[in-house]
Structure formats: structure tokens, C-alpha cells
Ligand binder design. Structure first.
Ligand SMILES: [Zn+2]
Length: 75
């Protein structure tokens, strides 16, 4: 997905962490089950209670994804 090497090892490591975070499941703020999943860009949905929320592009609670994408100039 990331096709450039010009950002060096650190940024690629960070990018890989984001991808891992994107695929991970998160705790639902409503029912506190680890069932919160990303369903589309910035939209997170709980598979248990159906709660939907807008969050970060890659993780529901942090802005690290936004930060890296800005650095990469992809947004
Ligand atoms: Zn829930």
C-alpha cells in the first residue's frame, strides 16, 4: 500500500503500527465489549450493540493515523 521509501524506516514502522491498529478490535464506549470495528473511513461500529461512532481514520481514539497521513501527504 505504501509505495515510497523516502520517509525512512521510522515512518514505515509507524505506518505498519497503524495498519495493525486499524485491524484490531476496540472497546465499545457504550457496552464495553471488545467488539468495536472500523466499518468504513472514520466510522466505527460495535458488533454487539450496534453502536456507531465517528472516530479516527485508523483508530477510534487516537489521531496518530491522521498525523502520519498528513506527513505522507495523502490527505
Ligand atoms: Zn457496544
Amino acid at each position: 500500500m505504501l509505495k515510497t521509501n523516502r520517509y525512512g524506516k521510522k515512518i514505515r514502522t509507524l505506518y505498519n503500527e497503524i495498519i495493525a491498529k486499524q485491524r484490531a478490535k476496540y472497546e465499545c464506549p457504550k457496552c464495553h465489549s471488545k467488539t468495536l470495528r472500523r466499518v468504513s473511513f472514520s466510522i466505527w461500529e460495535c458488533k454487539k450493540c450496534g453502536f456507531k461512532m465517528a472516530g479516527g481514520a485508523y483508530t477510534p481514539y487516537t489521531e496518530i493515523g491522521e498525523f502520519v497521513l498528513k506527513m505522507l501527504g495523502e490527505r
